[in-house]
Design a protein around this ligand. Sequence first.
Ligand code: 5RP
Length: 247
Amino acid sequence: SRSGPVMLSVISNYAVCITAHAITHQAGYLAVDEYVRSGMVIGLGTGSTAYFAVERVGQLLANGKLKDIVAVPTSERTRAHAAQLSIPLATLDEHPALDVAIDGADTVDRGTLALVKGGGGALLREKIVEVAAKKLVVIVDESKLSEGLGPHFDLPVEIIQFCQTHIRRQIEGLPSLKGCKANLRMPYVTDNGNYIADLKFDAPIADPSQAAAELSDTVGVVEHGLFLDMASVCIIAGKDGVTTTHA
Ligand code: 5RP
């Protein structure tokens, strides 16, 4: 019968999920334990890994080990999670300088700690908040590590809805992105009311700084998911434990 192999495959996928969950949990908790102190203003990232950092801040506030924290969330999802845990929230308008921000990533370049972010669609708020932080602590499992950026995970770019096909064609024609395919993420609208184009690459982006500059110069692009020269620390959860790398 076919039920045997199918069942085995379901069980083994479940095991992989449990393992990934357990290790990213460690990275999220460690980031808070190591880098968040009472009295800080902190940025809270978005995604399944950042979720654990938010959870840990909530725990430490509840048991009194952290006090006087103010947090700036990077998405409505994170805002709701943090509010549920009674974490005091603010915006950059009230607190323009953050002590630390903690967030996940879709790709981390091993050599430079340059990141691709936006798989969860929150890249614009993540970038605004994280450039305002003295320190950006990135938390990932080891599957996110890569040599270079591009083929490992499609590069998300937030674009306006108006003439989105035209904007995606413009992106595909940028000199530093030649050969990429800009696919519209559907159905998806960001917290800011925009669309996401996911750029697919067959080879690593040769010059990420140039690509970032060309994307930023494209009318209709709101922000891109290249986070270059931003991460100070990367906490990597692997099957053999957690390691920390500094930029
Ligand atoms: C959201 C992001 C996330 O940080 C990124 O997608 C990683 O998410 P996860 O930890 O769930 O893999 O950039 O916009």
